[in-house]
Design a protein around this ligand. Structure first.
Ligand code: SAM
Length: 210
């Protein structure tokens, strides 16, 4: 029988800490959230292998390292309100809720949003608001957000999302240009600074609902 606690600690040490994740709050959140509950039961024993897995509907739960790296680049504070585009399994939503004040998360596939909600209600988390729908225009009702994390690849960063950032806030997203890259956008007054970070590979951000 798999000891998920031991497997989770090993994942955090070998996949996150050994690869440069230093933020203690991110590390503690990955140690706390049971990733095996967010993957298909058929792959549950491998949930802490550090890889992505299919979650149905042609979507995936991303690698923990890329999720942790995106959060570390954003520098999420405990007072931050965070918008997440692409709830997927809800795993990253749970992690974010433990390091931020509130997470608003949108998923275009209603069945995935409902499945994520079912798992999230049964485990300890911080404050989470979920919505099923197209997140490409953000969630203006709850804007502005201190941080925005986009978990699906865009062809360019949407002005609507950037307009929902608070002054001093940051948005991280995979952007498909000549190649797909993680890009960090920082809002300083009216200006947006853009920093290209590293190559990546995500499922595409799709318009409309699934
Ligand atoms: N972070 C998630 C997790 O921990 O399971 C994985 C996210 S998965 C890589 C990307 C998700 O973005 C998919 O579930 C996909 O349906 C969703 N997505 C794609 N386009 C979207 C859109 N326009 N609005 C909201 N969600 C979208």
């Amino acid at each position: 029988m798999t000891d998920y606690g031991i497997a989770r600690r090993r994942m955090v040490e070998e996949q996150l800490v050994a690869r440069g994740i230093r933020d203690e709050r991110i590390i503690d959140a990955f140690l706390a959230v049971p990733r095996h509950l967010f993957v298909d039961p058929a792959v549950r024993s491998r949930a802490y292998d550090g890889c992505s897995f299919p979650i149905g509907y042609n979507q995936t739960i991303s690698q923990p390292f890329i999720q942790a790296a995106m959060m570390q680049h954003l520098g999420i504070k405990s007072t931050d309100r965070v918008l997440e585009i692409g709830t997927g399994s809800g795993y990253q939503t749970a992690i974010l809720s433990m390091i931020a004040r509130e997470v608003c998360s949108i998923e275009r596939i209603e069945a995935l949003s409902a499945a994520a909600e079912a798992v999230l209600k049964d485990i300890p988390t911080g404050r989470i608001r979920l919505r099923a729908g197209d997140g490409s225009a953000g969630w203006p009702y709850y804007a502005p957000f201190d941080k925005i994390i986009v978990s699906a690849a865009m062809s360019k960063c949407s002005e609507e999302l950037l307009s929902q950032l608070a002054d001093g806030g940051g948005l991280i997203a995979p952007v498909q240009d000549v190649e797909e890259q993680l890009v960090l956008y920082s809002k300083k007054g009216e200006a947006i600074e853009e920093l290209k970070l590293s190559r990546c590979s995500f499922v595409p951000l799709l318009k409309g609902v699934g």
